[in-house]
Design a protein around this ligand. Structure first.
Ligand code: FAD
Ligand code: NAD
Length: 458
């Protein structure tokens, strides 16, 4: 049995920096990875998708060149093999950079294979046994494949397949109209596929306020994407070379036919084959490890970080989990995941940047809410760029004036939203923002104007 000061299972977004911190403190740590170092984000998530989004945007801008008075002549075509090669190169460089950094760290043993608990302080790695007083679970998740009639009988794609695709689907059916589904839907439409998005909920990206999701729907439809919402009782079947999806609850039947099917219906934590019962680690009904505010599991000494704890589903939340654990273990702090302000982006074009609560969430949380919004058609920078789809919105507490949330769906929305995110983190009020002097012409310059125009809503 090999003994360490800490064992970390999974080399995704929290495991590697935590291993490095343990090593820097002079502790011996085992970092175990069964597949690719860097996990989902580097290999099948953020990095490859945002690289592909960049290729898709290049095609889109080239197609629109004439709108800007630029004549590039001829038609625009996309070489999927080159798109894929660029994607693989950028993700591969990120993975190998991480790998060589980890391999070069003193006190870190980067071990390969599937790890499973055999007790609260021990783990089996294939035939080898490892023990440590502290064990950190950073196993991430995979595409959830719900029990949909007919799905197991047909070939389907997940995010992992999509980022390796070097061919253009003729007609891509996207099951699930949320973050993963919409990013792939728009990029493949721009690559040249026909695309149909099928979503069970009444709105796309159901977590967002309705006007935000309707604006996203609007620009996707303007690009020729077919969007079907409220599609319940879904079943799928193979017909000839194609795939037919039926949404049929006994009333009106709606169908969509395509050549390829992407399943983008959420994520499932990789906790089912981890032997958590042998370690006395509790999970919730969906398999997420139950953690306290310090990310400690039900078994003292075991922590869960990243997507597998159900407290975040982003790279930055996984990394922040590492920061919380490291600060508490090594820096004498008492940081809590409950203090985290939510922030994220949807990387459609234009992107949606989000900070804090939506209007709906703020009302649900019991706030008297004040709101201000402005369409991108009224934002100079958006007009100058010829990108006027979208809107920006601020949400504040009507009584205290405290900023609660924001959404910027428009050019650079993923960057501009940080002004709001940082202010919420500082506990700022709308007045603090109102008197800032922003730079013209930017999308962000309208934030103080919005802050000055907040109106109470019921
Ligand atoms: C298509 C897509 C796009 C995304 N885009 C973004 C984005 O733009 N921005 C963003 O913030 N987030 C994005 N995400 C989410 C982001 O990828 C995840 O939130 C992030 O990767 C979570 O990190 P993690 O460390 O929790 O898990 P992961 O990165 O999944 O890492 C877990 C690691 O654990 C390993 N592992 C699992 N079980 C075991 C075991 N038993 N033994 C050994 N090793 C094991 C896995 O092989 C994996 O390498 C995206 C996700 C997807 C799917
Ligand atoms: N830009 C980013 O940061 C980014 C990008 C992609 C993914 N992610 C992360 O990955 C996670 C998963 O994303 P996702 O989009 O797969 O999942 P999600 O959980 O956000 O959405 C799943 C969607 O599928 C719909 N759905 C569920 N069952 C259905 C059915 N039977 N038929 C039709 N629709 C159905 C749901 O209503 C929902 O809209 C997100 O929570 C996000 O954190 C982040």
């Amino acid at each position: 049995m090999r003994t360490f000061d800490a064992i970390i299972i999974g080399a995704g977004q929290a495991g590697p920096p935590l291993a490095a911190r343990f090593a820097a403190e002079g502790r011996k740590v085992a970092l175990i990875e069964r597949h690719q170092v860097g996990g989902t984000c580097v290999n099948t998530g953020c990095t490859p998708t945002k690289t592909m989004v960049a290729s898709a945007r290049a095609a889109h801008v080239a197609r629109r060149a004439a709108d800007f008075g630029v004549d590039i002549g001829g038609g625009i075509s996309v070489d999927m093999k080159r798109v894929q090669a660029r994607t693989a190169e950028i993700a591969g460089a990120s993975r190998s950079g991480l790998e060589s950094w980890l391999s070069g760290l003193d006190n870190v043993a980067l071990l390969r294979g599937h790890a499973g608990f055999i007790g609260p302080d021990r783990v089996a790695l294939d035939d080898e046994l490892l023990t440590a007083p502290k064990i950190f679970i950073n196993v991430g998740g995979r595409a959830a494949i719900p029990d949909i009639e007919g799905l197991s009988d047909i070939p389907y794609l997940t995010n992992s397949d999509m980022v390796g695709l070097d061919r253009l689907p003729e007609h891509l059916l996207v099951l699930g109209g949320s973050y993963i589904g919409l990013e792939f839907a728009q990029m493949f439409a721009r690559f040249g596929s026909k695309v149909t998005v099928v979503e069970r909920g009444a709105h796309l990206i159901g977590r967002e306020d309705p006007e935000v999701s309707e604006a996203v729907r609007g620009f996707l439809e303007d690009e020729g994407i077919t969007v079907m919402t409220g599609a319940e009782c879904i079943r799928v079947e193979r017909r000839g070379d194609g795939i037919v999806m039926h949404a049929d609850c006994g009333g009106e039947t709606r169908t969509a036919t395509g050549t390829d099917l992407l399943v983008a219906l959420g994520r499932k934590p990789n906790t089912d084959d981890l032997g958590l019962d042998k370690a006395g680690v509790a999970t919730d009904g969906r398999g997420f490890v139950t953690v306290g505010p310090d990310l400690q599991a039900s078994q003292p000494g075991i922590f869960a970080l990243g997507d597998c704890n159900g407290r975040g589903a982003f790279t930055h939340t996984a990394y922040n989990d590492y920061e919380i654990v490291a600060a508490n273990l090594f820096d004498g702090e008492s940081r809590s995941v409950d203090d985290r302000v939510s922030g994220y982006a949807l990387y459609t074009d234009p992107p949606l940047g989000r900070a804090g609560m939506s209007e709906t969430e703020a009302k649900k949380a019991g706030h008297n809410v004040a709101v201000a919004s402005r369409p991108m058609t009224n934002v100079s920078r958006a007009k100058e760029k010829g990108e006027t789809a979208g809107l920006m919105k601020l949400v504040a507490d009507a009584d205290s004036g405290k900023l609660l949330g924001g959404a910027i769906l428009g050019p650079g929305g993923d960057e501009a939203i940080h002004a709001v995110l940082n202010l919420i983190n500082m506990g700022a009020t709308a007045k603090d923002l109102q008197w800032a002097v922003p730079i013209h012409p930017t999308v962000s310059e309208l934030l103080p104007t919005l802050a000055g125009g907040l109106e109470p809503v019921r």
